[in-house]
Design a protein around this ligand. Structure first.
Ligand SMILES: Cc1cc2nc3c(=O)[nH]c(=O)nc-3n(C[C@H](O)[C@H](O)[C@H](O)COP(=O)(O)OP(=O)(O)OC[C@H]3O[C@@H](n4cnc5c(N)ncnc54)[C@H](O)[C@@H]3O)c2cc1C
Length: 498
């Protein structure tokens, strides 16, 4: 058997980002993927619900990919990946025919929020770069940012992460609009982790890239990563689940795009006891149950502008969302669960087939829930879009308890691959100074269970690859930018001189 330089276990965005970076450095890379298709949480598949309709199995909306320093250098646009920017980044329908609308245009949002507009601007109206550097760093090095911008971000987290969160708001629309974003953390509200998530994502919503949706679905990002890897002699083997150390071919280094739990299962007593204990202590969080719909018309939102949003947070007022997330944290199902909704056809007509469209939704539920939430999600959307039921052609629920059947990283339906508590956002996956090292020489972790955490940004993979390269005496991170083909245009498939 050929000894490879590096074997990457798992082909999610982080695994592929690591593989691309390592292959670009001239290393021989093999990616082993348990599922029949590559891409992990960024796959777009035909689920067989309706002819020609494809669904984003996990991620659908990509502010993190747009903001990611890895993807910026990788240059998705030059590789033909179109990140389509909705006019409305996200919306929050409210009882009584009202709605909060986060236009990509900050000033339009501020104006629409009226009395709370200035508070909105002060919380999320700053430049995106400092928030990105603070929140998307490796959580070990000190980000180089304007101290005033860092202070402003920190004070915002302190305010929105505590019961002081209503202090500056007068009306109920703006706080609800922000809480819908905070709920992405799937944690009790308010909390520092949820506030950090909210301020980062809400700031990005007003940045140039907004909350974009890739033309054709998230799989377009995966296809670009795969093309680059294969153009640099990287190999991918699908249907290859790694269960034990013996399932791994010989290699100099191993990089796991998996949870710490899988790493421990595979390495067993090959891990030093202290490292194993620390990895075993990693906590998994509450969960999501996914409902993929096929509709034969748009969602009939009461407020017209909600229909322009790439993402709709269906959760009602701030108090209602805090209650629903509190139920989940106590292990109960909320009557009207926090629900995220995205209709890609708002910006991407190619997803419409014979007048039918996919609707991506998921609802927050307790870890391990086996409840089919289709009716709860339908009822909740109906609250703000009466008649929704009538446009549903068909649907399919993936219960939280079944999430790991298509992606082992989503333990009991935890789509963040580890609870997003403030402790675990910083000491992720353990308190080690090098968060990517497993504790055993030559074995690394790079998944969303490592810094900077969940999201399609590829940064866990990129940062881990930098660490792995040092094992080969390579101290300079290779460029992952498209190479110039002979014709002079950017190309991911130009051959590499070895
Ligand atoms: C329903 C849902 C909605 C989401 N929405 C968004 C969104 O809109 N925007 C966003 O930015 N993020 C979103 N996310 C989160 C995002 O998808 C993940 O954070 C991201 O994909 C993590 O990337 P990763 O590379 O760390 O792991 P993953 O993408 O989870 O990939 C891990 C890969 O490793 C493979 N694997 C695991 N164990 C083994 C093994 N033992 N052997 C071989 N292979 C193995 C898996 O099959 C998988 O392919 C969502 C996730 C879910 C589930």
């Amino acid at each position: 058997m050929t000894r490879r330089d590096v074997v990457v276990v798992g082909s999610g965005p982080n695994g592929l980002a690591a593989a691309v970076t390592l292959a670009r450095a001239g290393l021989g890379v093999l990616v082993l993927e348990a599922e029949p298709t590559v891409g992990g949480g960024a796959r777009t598949l035909d689920l067989g619900l309706a002819d020609g309709i494809t669904h984003d199995v996990c991620s659908a909306v990509h502010p993190m990919a747009w903001a990611s320093p890895f993807f910026q250098e990788f240059d998705l646009a030059a590789r033909g990946v179109e990140l389509l920017v909705p006019e409305v980044s996200y919306a929050q329908p409210l009882p009584g025919g009202r709605a909060g609308i986060a236009f990509r245009d900050l000033e339009r949002t501020v104006e629409a929020l009226g009395v709370d507009g200035p508070t909105w601007r002060s919380l999320v109206g700053g430049a995106a770069d400092p928030a990105v550097r603070v929140a998307l760093g490796d959580k070990r090095s000190i980000p180089v940012v304007d101290p005033r911008a860092a202070l402003r971000f920190g004070l915002g987290v302190l305010e929105q992460g505590t019961r002081a969160w209503d202090r500056r708001f007068v009306d109920e629309v703006a706080p609800a609009l922000l809480t819908g974003v905070a709920a992405h953390a799937i944690s009790p509200l308010p909390s520092f982790a949820a506030a950090g998530t909210a301020l980062l994502l809400a700031t990005l919503a007003h940045a140039e890239g907004g909350w974009p949706i890739p033309r054709g679905g998230s799989g377009a990002l995966v296809a670009a990563l795969r093309a680059d890897l294969e153009a640099h002699d990287g190999l991918i083997r699908t249907d290859h689940r790694v269960r034990r150390f013996a399932d791994l071919p010989p290699a100099h280094c191993y990089v796991f795009d998996t949870t710490p739990r899988t790493l421990v299962e595979v390495l067993g007593d090959k891990l030093p006891p202290r490292a194993r204990t620390a990895l075993d202590a990693f906590r998994y969080g509450d969960a999501a149950a996914k409902v993929d719909f096929v509709l034969d018309g748009p969602v009939p939102w009461t407020v017209r502008e909600v229909g322009l949003a790439g993402t709709v947070h269906v959760g009602g007022t701030r108090a209602e969302m805090a209650r629903a997330e509190g139920d989940v944290a106590r292990g109960e199902h909320a009557g009207l669960p926090m629900t995220l909704v995205s209709d890609p056809t708002v910006v991407d007509g190619t997803r419409l087939v014979d007048g039918r469209r996919p609707l991506w939704t998921y609802a927050h539920v307790p870890a391990g829930s086996d409840v089919d939430v289709t009716e709860a999600v339908t009822r909740h959307i109906e609250r703000y879009a009466p008649g929704f039921r009538d446009v549903v052609v068909t649907s399919r629920c993936t219960q939280a308890s079944r999430m790991s059947e298509h992606n082992q990283n989503y333990v009991d339906g935890d789509i963040s691959a580890g609870a997003a508590s403030i402790g675990q956002l910083f000491a992720r996956p353990t308190r080690r100074w090098d968060p990517y090292s497993s504790g055993r020489d030559g074995v690394y972790l790079c998944s969303a269970s490592t810094p900077p955490g969940p999201g399609v940004h590829g940064l866990g993979g990129w940062y881990a690859a930098k660490r792995v390269l040092r094992e080969f005496g390579i101290t300079r991170l290779p460029s992952v930018a498209p190479e110039l083909s002979r014709s002079g245009s950017g190309s991911a498939s130009s051959p590499r001189a070895r």
